[in-house]
Design a protein. Structure first.
Length: 186
């Protein structure tokens, strides 16, 4: 069994693409996932699956959600190792004490031509960012709600991104770690 972290983009936001977590659990179970757990309503799930191909699994999840709910969300699947690496590479460890101002933007692919000067132009003086592989790290001490950098990052990076704050990343990693340990034990 493989442990996966699914980060869904744009579900249960602003009354659009509604997908209650109980129904997401059922959707994942319908395609053979087991030990499914979710974290908050914005679409985070950890589960075990025999499928070794993450791309094929993401396609199956999208298809199941489209079939049952009529929309097809963007899904980024990560392994526990990938999430752990993203956490270990955090360039702003001092921000971990205030987890709601540290954000990790998980990218679909590594950007081939990111507009880093453009990102630097729109950032607030208090903000810092760094792109490492497929993760865009953003320290936004004034919050991301009014941040031009947070709003414009995906466009200037040129790839699809889904964002989680440090608190959520840590909680998801904790769930996935427990699941992986349980799966190894069974």
């Amino acid at each position: 069994m493989n442990t996966y972290i699914a980060l869904f983009r744009g579900i249960n936001v602003g009354g659009n693409s509604l997908l209650p977590m109980k129904e997401l659990v059922a959707d994942l179970q319908n395609i053979g996932c087991r030990s499914v757990q979710t974290y908050i309503q914005s679409g985070n799930a950890v589960f075990a699956s025999p499928e070794a191909d993450a791309s094929r699994l993401a396609d199956a999840i999208r298809s199941e959600i489209r079939r049952r709910h009529g929309f097809e969300p963007y899904i980024l699947l990560l392994s526990l190792a990938e999430l752990g690496q993203a956490m270990a590479q955090n360039p702003f460890p001092e921000a971990e004490a205030n987890p709601q101002v540290l954000h990790l933007g998980f990218l679909a692919v590594q950007p081939s031509n990111p507009d880093l000067p453009g990102l630097a132009r729109i950032k607030a003086d208090s903000e810092r960012f760094q792109l490492i592989g497929r993760v865009f790290y953003l320290f936004a001490p004034e919050g991301v709600g009014r941040s031009k950098l947070a709003a414009g990052a995906e466009k200037l990076l040129g790839v699809v991104m889904t964002d989680r704050n440090w608190r959520s990343v840590c909680a998801i990693a904790g769930l996935a770690g427990k699941l992986a340990a349980q799966e190894d034990f069974e």
